[in-house]
Design a protein. Structure first.
Length: 408
């Protein structure tokens, strides 16, 4: 994007100069007028250093840790509430940062603000650090003159959202670890232990039972073709990721996940909590309902829910209330729809959404505990069944030969 050098006058008659990254000269003029600066001379910067400074090196623009983002947001809110100028606050917070990625981003945000950009506009250039929700709320705070209040709400939102994500992830840690251990144990048995028994069975010359022969065949295949097998697995993984980028297939996956016993309930409650928390935070910050739903739609993380939110947004734009189209999506429980309807009727929708989010945060916690309790014995049964099958298959010929020897 081109960089423009500009000069203008403020309402008090002071001359200001700076540089600004914009698609064209008209965008620069518009942005200056929004900042109550009368544009003067504007020209595109042609020198090499300015070009280099405006470039972003691929791979160097990363995200920042959630904890760092929360701390920054809280501290920045305190500084603004104390009357500290934006540029000075950003400079102090950037200087004291231990997180080098965040430090670099904050310095870039500070430089953009210093040269005339709005805070939300400067943050929007770093989507991996400041997402759509964050930028939208900061923009609302700037327009309403309540940036410190908005930043406090943002910090609380991020903390609650992170806690919710952590609860869901914790449910997946145990089955993931057990699955890795199970695969490793079975692979060791088939590649290193079974070949010893295979040699012994060949020396015996006896006819092997079906389960034993199956295990020996699998073991032989893994020994001779494990390299091809690994390549095949890698190819399947890459192919699966490419296929999952197709929107229709991704929608089908999200639809099936929501209907899986146990996991589907957990995902639904998690989605309702996230929807309620995000929408409630935006409405309480003064963002119009349609604009808020647009952001919630983009941050839903599930195409089925995203489609439902689009449906709700379309009906609201036609003059209908939120509760009625929300009920027809089939994603939101009747209790949620009724509470939102009451919130709309009483004019306390943001407060009602906050209560829904708090309730479903607790429901997610209970669902996680229940799912973990269910998965633990199920995984042990599966692992025990696989290992048990292999052991029985190995000892069947031995028992058979021992029985023949006793009969003889």
């Amino acid at each position: 994007m081109p960089v423009y050098k500009w000069e203008g006058r403020t309402r008090t008659g002071d001359t200001k100069r700076g540089t600004m990254e914009a698609p064209n000269e008209q965008a620069v003029i518009l942005r200056l007028k929004q900042q109550q600066i009368t544009p003067g001379d504007i020209g595109e910067v042609q020198n090499l250093m300015a070009r280099l400074n405006s470039m972003k090196i691929p791979g160097m623009e990363g995200g920042i840790k959630s904890k760092s983002l929360v701390v920054f947001t809280r501290q920045f809110a305190t500084m603004i509430d104390a009357g500290l100028p934006l540029v000075q606050g950003l400079d102090i917070l950037a200087t004291q940062q231990d997180d080098k990625v965040m430090q670099r981003i904050l310095f870039q945000v500070k430089n953009d603000v210093e040269t005339g950009s709005t805070l939300s506009g400067a943050m929007a250039k770093h989507p991996k650090a400041f997402d759509t929700l964050y930028v939208s709320l900061v923009s609302a705070g700037e327009l309403g003159g309540i940036l410190d209040t908005i930043l406090d709400r943002l910090a609380s939102y991020i903390e609650n959202n992170n806690a919710l994500i952590a609860k869901v992830k914790s449910a997946m840690i145990y089955p993931t670890v057990v699955s890795i251990v199970a695969v490793a144990v079975v692979a060791i048995l088939l590649i290193f232990v079974i070949p010893t028994f295979a040699t012994m069975f060949e020396d015996m010359g006896a006819e092997l039972p079906g389960p034993t022969q199956n295990v020996l065949d699998i073991s032989e295949f893994l020994q001779n073709s494990y390299g091809k097998g690994l390549l095949g697995i890698a190819g399947i993984v890459v192919g699966f990721k490419m296929i999952m980028k197709v929107r229709a297939i991704q929608y089908g996956k999200d639809y099936m996940l929501l209907r899986l016993p146990g996991i589907g309930t957990l995902l639904q409650k998690s989605a309702v909590a996230r929807f309620s928390r995000t929408l409630g935070t935006m409405i309480s910050s003064g963002i119009p309902i349609l604009q808020a739903l647009d952001v919630v739609e983009k941050t839903s993380g599930n195409l089925v829910i995203e489609k439902g939110i689009v449906h709700v947004k379309d009906r609201i734009s036609e003059g209908k209330s939120m509760a009625e189209p929300l009920s027809s999506t089939g994603v939101f429980p009747p209790m949620v729809v009724q509470m939102i309807a009451v919130g709309e009727q009483t004019g306390a929708l943001d407060s009602m959404l906050g209560k829904i989010a708090d309730f479903y945060d607790g429901e997610v916690s209970v669902a996680v505990d229940g799912l973990t309790t269910l998965i633990e014995p199920l995984m042990m049964v599966v692992l025990g069944g696989v290992v048990g099958y292999i052991l029985v298959a190995i000892y069947l010929p031995i028992f058979s030969i021992a029985g023949q020897m006793e009969t003889g």
